[in-house]
Each structure stands twice: as C-alpha cells, then as structure tokens.
Write a protein that binds this ligand. Structure first.
Ligand SMILES: [Zn+2]
Length: 233
C-alpha cells in the first residue's frame, strides 16, 4: 500500500473516531434540547412531563426541589469538554413565579455577593453516612440580578437551619450577563465537601455527585436516553 493511500485511511479513521465521539457526547443533549423547545412552546400541553416540588420518587431521600420539566441532566454536554454538574428544571413560567424548596434538611448559606444562589450544608449524607455534602441552587434572579431568594435569607446568611420543603426562592433566568439570560429554570447540584468543612468548586463535575440515587430519578445523562424523566408510577 502506498503512503498516500495509508494517509487517506488514517484521515478517514480519525474523522470516524471524532464523529463517533461527537455523536456519543451530544446525541442525548440534542434530543433533550428538542424536548425542551417543545416544553417552552407549550408547557400546558405536556403536564405529564412535569415534576412537582415536594414529591419523593422511589427510594430517593430527597424531595424534588421545584416544579417543572427536567430539561438537562447531570453530565450532559453543551459544548466540547463541558460536562454539566447538576440538573436543570424548567418551570415553564415567567421569572419569579415557580417556587424552589429545600430538598433535604440542612444549614443554608448565602454569601454576601450571591444574587441568585444559595447552598445548603447537609452534615450527614443520607446515602453515605458520615460524609458531609452540599446542595447548590442557582439562577434564582432576573437578568439584571434582582434576586428572587426569600427575604428570610438575605445576602450574608450563614448556617441558617431549614427543613425539607422550606421555600427558598423562585426560579429565574440570571446568567451573569444581562443581555444573555438563560431560560427560566433552577440549576440544582450536589457538591462535595473539601474535607475542611467547605464546599468544593461547583463548576467542576468531579466535585459533584450524580443526583440520581438522591432523587430516585434517572438523571445521569450517560445512563439515560433522551426521553422525559419523571417519577416511575
Ligand atoms: Zn444547569
């Protein structure tokens, strides 16, 4: 075989490999995006797609933290190299309307510069007793950063105890860029402790846990197809 033919085969092989990688990475996200577009167009046409705040599914120790359609899952990929560290729940309403509640009892902190986020410390992971974990909630402000967090939790709140089901805030679309708000949703993630009593950086997926066993729902993108995720009946 000439070198030229060998080179052509190598290029074809590399392209096929890249194509397979992209297909594996994005196929479910693309399917979920089309479902999400349909949800945005007409949420009332798909009541069976929506989860409800306060519902417990299967063996999961957490209650569901808000109302809406689970549009994106843990470990979804929106661009090459990106892995989504939580789940995105889209209320299908305007901003400031859909309530967000505590999924589990814990100690709430809202750092002084947090407009759209709170984090709850859970001292004893119900699925791995002895380990401390954190529950992070964000996007709970309007595009300009006007907060929808309950006045019970002003900026600079530290370690305020809340029961499961306590109203924390309402869904918003804050992204940090007033000209590019996200769709109205809650981003919810489970963040690991650094071993010193602080939460790790939520932006890295390796610092987060697959929420599936906590919610009793298949919300791991690698293990779910592109269908709608709701409680099993
Ligand atoms: Zn998200």
């Amino acid at each position: 075989m000439s070198r030229r033919v060998l080179f052509v085969f190598m290029v074809i092989g590399a392209l096929a490999g890249l194509g397979y990688y992209l297909y594996r990475s994005f196929r479910p996200s693309i399917g979920r995006t089309s479902n999400l577009m349909e949800w945005f167009r007409n949420p009332s046409a798909h009541p069976d797609w929506a989860m409800r705040a306060g519902v417990r599914c299967g063996e999961g120790p957490f209650i569901f933290p808000t109302d809406g359609f689970i549009g994106y899952l843990w470990d979804d990929s929106f661009k090459i190299g990106h892995r989504h560290q939580g789940i995105d729940i889209f209320g299908g309403t305007d901003v400031g309307v859909t309530p967000v509640v505590a999924a589990y009892p814990g100690y709430l902190t809202r750092l002084p510069d947090w407009k759209s986020s709170v984090i709850l410390r859970v001292p004893d992971d119900p699925l791995q007793p002895g380990r401390q974990i954190w529950l992070y909630y964000t996007h709970m402000a309007d595009p300009a950063g006007n907060s929808f967090i309950s006045p019970d939790f002003p900026p600079g709140t530290y370690e305020k105890y809340v029961e499961a089901g306590t109203l924390l805030a309402y869904q918003g679309d804050y992204s940090g860029d007033p000209n590019n708000p996200v769709g109205v949703h809650l981003h919810f993630s489970i963040v690991l402790d650094d071993g010193q009593g602080n939460f790790r950086n939520e932006l890295e997926i390796r610092n987060t846990l697959d929420p599936s066993p906590y919610l009793g729902l298949p919300v791991n993108a690698r293990q779910s197809d592109d269908g709608v995720v709701v409680c099993e009946k």
